[in-house]
Design a protein around this ligand. Structure first.
Ligand SMILES: NC(=O)c1ccc[n+]([C@@H]2O[C@H](COP(=O)([O-])OP(=O)(O)OC[C@H]3O[C@@H](n4cnc5c(N)ncnc54)[C@H](OP(=O)(O)O)[C@@H]3O)[C@@H](O)[C@H]2O)c1
Length: 251
């Protein structure tokens, strides 16, 4: 693939992300608390997470594997960060979920597989074909600041996800108000962390697929945070009044 084609495809993908963002602002993605009938066949929730998140890994690694360019230490590190996130999300996170008996529509899994395959291919192609970092990149301000954002975002995301998971004991599947940690300020710190993490990754890789991935992450999770926040307020009359949806003190 030429750089020009690759470039155009990613901009088209970003445009589609914008359309998705607007759509999701009006129509809640039907999984988790927003699951509702009328979305076709379903599968067990935790398996849905494994399948949809693991699907990114082959599409990401294949273009790197097939490339005949040597993989530099900088690229190795970036690929490692990415893999760490996705191995955790696809194999560890689902194992801890308390969602036994809950189901996820197949359409959600299929659309996530598509989203992941496209993003994985764009990123894999970047690292396998186009990326060119020399050793000075380790000290570049974009790399260092991006890495900081990535690590802080990942820590907030993982900590908040496990705080939510710990709200349920055994086979409970209901909802309670989360308190403590970043929940003091926002209803969805896990989503806030996710957006921070991938914005950091876009910065540390200083790449077009990085920008597309961060944009798509925001397009997916920002509307979901707003929907969760409205849902909490609707279901819990004592919900903390000063808590924002996702950006502390802002939104
Ligand atoms: N990169 C992307 O595009 C993207 C897109 C979506 C999600 N994600 C990430 O995937 C992870 C999960 O996302 P999500 O939107 O499914 O998170 P979520 O709705 O906050 O739920 C996380 C887990 O905690 C449970 N839970 C949430 N609130 C609860 C409460 N008040 N009481 C008891 N249990 C509660 C949920 O159960 P239920 O399932 O039963 O509600 C679920 O198992 C997050 O880290 C998110 O950032 C990434």
């Amino acid at each position: 693939m030429t750089w020009e084609t690759y470039h155009q495809l990613i901009w088209a993908w970003i445009l589609l992300g914008l359309v998705t963002f607007v759509y999701l602002l009006y129509k809640k993605a039907p999984f988790g608390r927003h699951t509702r009938p009328g979305w076709g066949p379903t599968l067990p929730n935790a398996w849905g997470w494994v399948i949809m998140e693991f699907s990114l890994i082959p599409s990401f690694l294949l273009p790197i594997w097939q490339s005949d360019r040597p993989v530099s230490p900088v690229i190795c590190f970036m690929v490692g960060l990415f893999m760490l996130h996705y191995l955790h999300r696809s194999l560890v996170y689902p194992a801890f979920l308390h969602t036994r008996g809950k189901r996820m529509p197949l359409i959600i899994v299929l659309s996530a597989i598509t989203f992941n395959a496209v993003n994985g291919t764009f990123f894999g192609t970047w690292f396998g074909t186009f990326a060119d970092y020399d050793a000075s990149w380790w000290q570049d301000g974009r790399f260092l600041f991006g890495l900081l954002l990535f690590l802080v975002g990942a820590a907030i995301n993982v900590r908040s996800d496990y705080q939510l998971i710990a709200l349920r004991k055994g086979s409970e599947t209901g909802y309670t108000i989360p308190y403590g940690g970043f929940f003091r300020w926002v209803s969805c710190p896990n989503h806030f962390g996710e957006m921070l993490e991938w914005s950091g990754y876009a910065l540390l890789t200083w790449s077009l697929p990085g920008l597309a991935f961060a944009f798509w992450t925001i397009a997916n999770v920002l509307p979901r945070s707003l929907a969760h926040h409205a849902w909490y307020r609707e279901h819990f009359p004592d919900y903390p009044a000063g808590r924002k949806a996702v950006f502390p003190g802002v939104l």
